[in-house]
Design a protein around this ligand. Sequence first.
Ligand SMILES: Cc1ncc(COP(=O)(O)O)c(C=O)c1O
Length: 404
Amino acid sequence: MHFDQKNVVTENSFIRNSESMLTGIFGTAEVTPFWVADMDFVIANPIKTELQRLVDRGQFAYEFNSQGVFNAISTWYQRRHNLTLASDNFVQVTGVLTGIALLIRELTDKGDSVLIQSPAYHQFSKVITGTGRKVVKSPLTINNGNYEMDFADLEAKLSAPDVKVMILCNPHNPVGRVWRQEELEKVLHVAEKHNVTIISDEIHSDIIYPGHQFTSLMALGAANHVALIGSPAKTFGMQSISNGYLYTENQELLEVMRNLTESLYIDHGNAFTIFATIAAYEKGDAWLDELLEYLQGNINWIWDFLREELPDVRMFPVEGTYQVWFDFSDTGLAGESLIKAFGEAGFGASPGTWFDSEAKQFARMNFASPRADIEQAFKRLKLVLAKPVEQAVASTKETSSSCC
Ligand SMILES: Cc1ncc(COP(=O)(O)O)c(C=O)c1O
């Protein structure tokens, strides 16, 4: 595999390259896009071969194979995560956000609240308010340079009678934490004590770096209240050719979700998503292992560069995901002045305020890119940050996209 190779496709139809969006966010389209959580890399060969087979076949009669997908996912979890998941307990959905939106509708009533841990993947708030529910935030806290859950705050918020569901993000986007088993056990304990159902979004669960161990909530005997939501999108760079799935051992909830997705006719993928997913989970191990090594190299490069050349930019440890969260407080930049600096440097990271309205001096960078692009962007950023600081101003623009 050649992740270093300059085989980046600068397709204008990719959201990350959209001129209007880039200009809307950074004031210029001349930025290297690091703001969407997808990959610059070409997919694994077995997936490509499978897609090619379908194209060459040239016939697209009705064809569904959800059970084949579930079997492949189960085998993958057993092999990669040592987790036994019954292939009968899955429900296929269009995507992970669709799954979360449907679950919220089923598990809560209008006016109820759903808890998220901020900073949080910005679509969570959108998906909650889009269903007519309220967002309750339990902020993560920074302790010794690392994000942790504030269990006192979490319990206080989960004990409110209107909070019926909590979205857990593991690994956490954007802060990159892979929650440890003991942290998850505490969350589960508090949620069960207050009759709150956890929706565990584990879409980033395959992107885990050495020294860290992914634990699915499903591994903790969370049988009755918890759904697991995933997809091959992040793992294999299949963002536009994958479906999502949810998993629960709660047979009542399973039945409800199955009926709901069937009645909406969204319980199946198409031939491309189905066979690409099966190929990925059955034959994608070697590609993923190389990807993880390459991504770890990117992390190491960024750490070293910041330490040696840009010590005012603080980086949080990346335990999982290919997102890195930065604190620019020591640069004196925040909000629009920070994003203006990004625009000038062509450094296309996402504004922190997308993830937490308070996080004006923070930013998230997607680093699933060739190292040469990352190096260039940081070198340009260093030059721009060396200039005198402008007055920091309040907020940055929101993205209107339903992704990223
Ligand atoms: C935590 C998390 N959940 C869900 C999604 C989106 O999933 P999907 O495109 O399957 O709806 C993302 C994409 O960045 C994500 O980071």
